[in-house]
Write a protein that binds this ligand. Structure first.
Ligand code: DC
Length: 221
């Protein structure tokens, strides 16, 4: 097992940006586990598996048809779903609105956790998600839990979506972040919560750089 830096936290706390920067700083691989849950959700959308009522059994049966990999392209990381770059699709609202249902299925979680652990056998990683410090790598030496107020997180996510040209309204983003907070924290399997030994970093009043400096100063070994 190589070195692991685990970064968990609420939706839209800037985990991914921080994890990316830290990975660059140390020369580790960056693994965005949220992108993996989003890619499975996107697969379910395009395979028409999410029409109500959702057939969880069919989704589970289809997992063996899903291959998820990460690839570096133009210095940034992209996620491949069955060999195709799905990065432009997985950040959209239709995926955001359905991802909690998919992330709540225990078989989906164990399928993705297995891939996450395999990646860390060969590579030093900075991994961000919801359960990295609690479930995926409970023995990781460096664990962080990022949080910020709901409004600040929704505003950050709104700006991000707007810049990718999606027609979007703030109240809808706020509602989505709120619902995901609730669903991530209240699900039975691997609920979002800080690991007992995680360092909690409240980012509401910090710039991206300030958060980065703080995290770097806290990482050891
Ligand atoms: O980090 P994100 O917002 O891109 O994650 C998308 C969703 O995936 C999030 O609502 C919860 C889920 N997720 C999870 O359950 N476990 C993880 N390790 C990462 C994400």
């Amino acid at each position: 097992m190589k070195k692991i830096i685990a970064i968990d936290g609420h939706a839209a706390t800037g985990k991914s940006s921080q994890a990316k920067k830290i990975a660059n700083f140390f020369g580790y691989n960056y693994i965005d586990t949220g992108a993996m849950y989003r890619a499975v959700t996107y697969y379910c959308i395009i395979s028409d598996l999410l029409s109500e009522p959702i057939n969880v059994r069919t989704i589970i049966e289809r997992l063996n048809k899903i291959n998820i990999e990460f690839k570096i392209s133009n210095k940034s990381q992209i996620i491949l779903l069955n060999g195709n770059d799905v990065e432009p699709f997985i950040r959209k609202m239709d995926v955001a609105e359905n991802v909690s249902k998919i992330a709540g299925i225990p078989e989906v979680r164990s399928f993705l956790v297995k891939i996450q652990r395999q990646i860390a056998i060969k590579n030093n990683v900075v991994m961000d998600g919801r359960d990295i410090g609690t479930v995926v790598f409970p023995n990781a030496k460096n664990k962080f839990f990022l949080t910020a107020s709901l409004e600040i997180r929704a505003k950050r996510r709104f700006e991000e979506l707007k810049s990718s040209n999606e027609t979007i309204i703030y109240s809808k983003v706020l509602e989505n972040v709120k619902i995901r907070d609730y669903e991530d924290s209240s699900r039975l399997v691997s609920p979002l919560k800080p690991a007992k030994d995680a360092i909690i970093v409240e980012t509401s009043n910090l710039t991206e750089n300030e958060v980065f400096e703080r995290l770097i100063s806290l990482i050891n070994g």
